[in-house]
Write a protein that binds this ligand. Sequence first.
Ligand SMILES: O=P(O)(O)O[C@H]1O[C@H](CO)[C@@H](O)[C@H]1O
Ligand SMILES: Nc1nc2[nH]cnc2c(=O)[nH]1
Length: 390
Amino acid sequence: MVTQQLARRVPLIGHESVLPETSNYLMSDGQHMTTGQTCPSNFVWLTGVNGPPSSLLQSVTRAHYRRMERKQLQNGRAGLRALASGGGSMCLEQTVSGDETPYPYEMIEESAEFLLSRTKLRPKIGVICGSGLGPLAEQLEDRDIFPYETIPNFPVSTVAGHAGRMVIGTLDGVPVMCMQGRFHSYEGYPLWKCAMPVRVMKLMGVDQLLVTNAAGGINREFNIGDIMIIKDHINMQGFAGDSPLRGRNDERYGPRFPAMNNAYDKTLRQKTLELVKDLGLQDVVREGVYVMLGGPTYETVAELNLLRVVGVDAVGMSTVPEVVVARHCGMRVFAFSLITNMCIVEYDTEAKASHTEVIETATMRQKDLQKLARLIIKIMSEDGYVAGDE
Ligand SMILES: O=P(O)(O)O[C@H]1O[C@H](CO)[C@@H](O)[C@H]1O
Ligand SMILES: Nc1nc2[nH]cnc2c(=O)[nH]1
């Protein structure tokens, strides 16, 4: 049975998010929690309760299920697990097993309202930072920072190089919201969940999205450290019948059958290509086709040979679900890949792809990537795009 942590807080009678006095517990994820600390959102803390955990759990679970049903999560079997009890308090972990259905509009609204009520900024531009590219978010000024585990309904990042927080701030005076870390299907998340922050951005007023990623270079003319502006993608998981839009369509976001031929905005690509000269990046900026594979394995030689034949320039394990969801809800999209490694296409070599190399290249290219991101955000803000403008 697959058990996923359900990263949302369900209000319960007597529930406290800050641990009561004189508590000191080892949680199931290995964290040590003591007095005054805030519970992660998938834990609930009950105070003023007495009795054996099993009987307390029974009465709490009934109330919990009623709320889960209201939130239409009935496809996943919700549960609560007692982690620790004693001294009149008890800690429970919320779990859900089986397939979950995409969050209803109201849950996305809940996340958006949470963020809007805690920042004065009203960003119209969103940024998603790829592996090792999170320091982009450090460039923002007047930052409001929200670790993912504190945002209702948000998944949590589990990959090295993905800090796992939403940073809202200004860049050269332009308000932006920046995901410092993203979600991948290989982490166990369904595609709709990988992309759900894009809908949260949309409901907060974002209408332009800059997506970045680390990718392996397949095009033999590329070099490590090059930056590939994505002009198109191949949705390999879509070929296999999976999509972040799979399931009932909510027309409030967009149509049942969205077009994807102009996914990567032509004007933004052209303007960026013209202006990278001013940054001295003209020799490292390319354009090309990105493919997302499910990962977490890097590719075999035969797979890479296949991808080259079908016109792929760079391969990664992200971006496509986010772009599909963004385009579905009418956002304008610009995306680039940092070529962190060249894919190994020879047999019988000791060389192999590694996430360490990915992070090292990203770290080495930080300054230029930040310059490029600044440029793109400037172009986006000066253009003043409004969703539906095309
Ligand atoms: O696409 P991002 O998140 O930048 O990361 C890429 O790098 C990781 C593999 O090294 C994978 O997560 C792949 O998708
Ligand atoms: N699939 C895949 N993802 C990557 N992310 C960074 N490098 C690579 C790569 O070579 N292959």
